[in-house]
Design a protein around this ligand. Structure first.
Ligand SMILES: Nc1nc2c(ncn2[C@@H]2O[C@H](COP(=O)(O)OP(=O)(O)OP(=O)(O)O)[C@@H](O)[C@H]2O)c(=O)[nH]1
Ligand SMILES: [Mg+2]
Length: 370
């Protein structure tokens, strides 16, 4: 019997040999769905054989957000953790596989506390169970941001390997989740409602892929211009959508010319030296930008604004969520709020519980008397 890898390779070859056009699109969609299903079964087999080790290290979440450091061995992840957290937390070694488990530290930034997690180095094949790969990637799946750390001399190979491993465990980097809702029905076939023009996939292909997943009767609502891969992702489930960027370390070892070349090749990257302390403040800023965190200052009704201890919130948060964070009764007691800052039409605008806050807003919540 051929192995999963053989079957997957054969199907991938078939896609490569097929010229994709309207006539062949449905067929390609079906093959891609078959590949995704095989990969899932393969992954389940690997996880099932993990000997009760579970998926991921047991890292207790702390702080306002968490950031995972992922990379091959010896790229400088532990050195970086210590720099970001300004403390000697994780052991650094000149040999591969110095770090053997997940080591969390805390980075303080402008009133926010960010958990940074140093991880063992991973190698190609990690997602298929090589080394401690599965557990490392499990931590990455639950992080709010991933830093892919690479060595300046082996950047291309490192980034390729890590991206591939992240992809295989269902991590979709820097992608919005596709807006697809599939509601199974008892009869009537497949009805597709699209609220955006689809330029990457035809309705026929959507139906072919759904059939491959044994979805025969369903109402499908699509609100973004999805691709074949995104449809399969949403049928497979178990995908996580996480921001990530590249950190190219040991920049102290190369000259300006080499550095320029490297940076023009990798747009979504930052060059640093953890050991020689180059660009660490820049990296801290970049982490905060990517975490999409905002600060909101509270002003008690009729009082003065507390600029000392801002609330640390996620971008896109509404006032209702702020109420929930403050006290379990606040939502039910909410009457109205006033907002100063860029989310307000004018200073002190009176707003409802569904109002979305911006960074640096000042907020007053007015509650009914108990
Ligand atoms: N030249 C230079 N060396 C560095 C830099 N950062 C780390 N190193 C060295 O690289 C080696 C590996 O550093 P670690 O921080 O232990 O690397 P790691 O990625 O945690 O390694 P594993 O835990 O084995 O996966 C050590 O000898 C460090 O001193 C850097 O910015 N420049
Ligand atoms: Mg280490």
């Amino acid at each position: 019997m051929s192995t999963f890898d053989d079957q997957i390779r054969d199907l991938e070859d078939e896609i490569r040999k097929t010229k994709i056009n309207k006539a062949t699109e449905g067929h390609v969609g079906k093959i891609k769905a078959k590949i995704a299903k095989l990969k899932r079964t393969q992954q389940e087999k690997i996880l099932g054989s993990s000997g009760g080790g579970g998926y991921g290290y047991d890292v207790k979440k702390s702080g306002d957000s968490s950031v995972a450091l992922i990379g091959l061995p010896s790229v400088g992840k532990s050195t970086l953790l210590n720099k970001l957290c300004d403390k000697e937390i994780s052991t650094v070694g000149a040999y591969a596989f110095t770090t053997l488990e997940a080591i969390p530290g805390t980075m303080f930034y402008d009133g926010a506390t960010i958990q940074i997690i140093d991880l063992p180095g991973i190698i190609s094949g990690a997602s298929k169970g090589k080394g401690k790969g599965k557990r490392v990637l499990g931590v990455a799946r639950s992080a709010d941001l991933i830093l892919i750390v690479a060595d300046v001399y082996k950047t291309e190979r490192h980034l390729e390997i890590i991206e591939n491993e992240l992809f295989h465990v269902g991590i979709r980097m820097n992608q919005e989740p596709p807006k697809i809702v599939i509601e199974k029905t008892k009869s009537g076939g497949i009805a597709i409602a699209t609220l955006k023009t689809l330029t990457n996939i035809t309705e026929k292909t959507i139906k072919a892929i759904l059939t491959e997943y044994r979805v025969i009767n369903a109402n499908v609502t699509i609100r973004s211009d999805i691709t074949i891969d995104q449809l399969i992702d949403s049928l497979e489930g178990n995908r996580v959508y996480i921001n990530a960027f590249y950190v190219i370390n040991k920049i102290d070892l190369i000259d300006e010319e080499e550095k320029d070349k490297l940076l023009s090749t990798y747009q979504n990257s930052l060059d640093i030296s953890a050991e020689a302390n180059i660009n660490i403040p820049k990296l801290r800023d970049r982490i905060m930008d990517n975490l999409k965190i905002i600060k909101v200052y509270l002003r008690p009704h009729g009082g003065v604004t507390d600029f000392e201890e801002p609330l640390i919130l996620r971008k896109g948060v509404d006032i209702g969520e702020v109420c929930d964070k403050l006290h379990r009764n606040f939502r039910s007691e909410f009457r109205f709020a006033r907002v100063w800052g860029t989310s307000a039409k004018h200073p002190g605008q009176k707003v409802s519980i569904t109002h979305t806050l911006h960074d640096e807003d000042v907020l007053t919540i007015v509650r009914s008397a108990r």
